[in-house]
Design a protein around this ligand. Structure first.
Ligand SMILES: *Cc1c(COP(=O)(O)O)cnc(C)c1O
Length: 239
């Protein structure tokens, strides 16, 4: 256990150094970027260690794994982010522990999240997941709404009781015009965020960048980076 703590501390320090360097290179203050550690596939004991090491934001992408982990860690001062594709039949469970859902991508999900947030007397921050590889009206392979669908969805979230319109999230596309062009993709997300904030000024979170491309995300202006592998190691199984 001591070894694991040393390992996670060393990895965190390296990631911290990368974020700080990326902020410096972009002329941004370090405080403008929040690290979210993606703990999917790793045990609650790792989450506990991360909390001891000062991590305040964690993310999960599968409710089956996240729900018991969040329950085991409910004594820790952590914000839980849900970042996976979310089926409406999992919404009741997810609203029980998630402070933010970053993968909001359709109106049915907004309705379900709102209903549960009200029922459980919770406030859930919502990020609209943007699929930059989708056509103007289609949905992305890995979830997300096409840029043309953001405005309508944001309006629904803003009006929905129990929900707070918090911002935008994306995963750099593997295919299409942005394949291999992470920074261009993240800059496009920033432009979409600027548009969004005209109608929803408080929706200022921009969640972009993972272990492989956090520098590009920080350069583009991301406020939140979601880092898994670089902190916890290569995942034991697909997650
Ligand atoms: C797994 C995951 C991450 C973290 O990816 P790494 O490459 O391990 O840093 C970030 N965002 C989402 C949506 C994920 O599912």
């Amino acid at each position: 256990m001591k070894d694991r703590k040393d390992e996670l501390a060393a990895n965190l320090a390296q990631v911290e150094e990368r974020i700080a360097a990326a902020c410096a290179a972009a002329g941004r203050a370090r405080e403008e970027v929040t690290l979210i550690v993606v703990t999917k596939t790793y045990p609650a004991s790792d989450v506990r260690i991360l909390s001891e090491l000062g991590v305040r934001h964690v993310a999960e992408n599968r409710d089956q794994d996240a729900a018991p982990k969040a329950a085991e860690c409910s004594d820790l001062p952590l914000a839980w982010h849900f970042v996976g594709q979310l089926q409406t039949n999992k919404v009741r469970s997810v609203v029980g522990y998630a402070d933010l859902v970053q993968s909001v991508d359709r109106s049915r999900l907004v309705t379900a999240l709102s209903k549960e947030a009200v029922r459980q007397e919770r406030e859930v921050g919502c990020l609209i997941q943007v699929a930059l590889d989708a056509g103007e009206s289609a949905r992305g392979e890995r979830g997300g709404v096409a840029p043309g669908g953001i405005e309508e969805l944001a309006g629904l979230v803003a009006k929905a009781p129990g929900l707070r319109m918090a911002g935008l999230m994306t995963v750099a596309p593997l295919t299409g015009e942005y394949a291999g062009r992470q920074q261009a993709a993240f800059e496009r997300l920033m432009d979409l965020s600027t548009d969004l904030r005209r109608a929803h000024p408080a929706a200022n979170m921009v969640s972009a960048g993972m272990s492989a491309d956090l520098e590009e995300a920080v350069a583009a202006g991301a406020t939140h980076v979601r880092v898994g592998t670089a902190v916890l190691g290569v995942r034991p199984r697909l997650g």
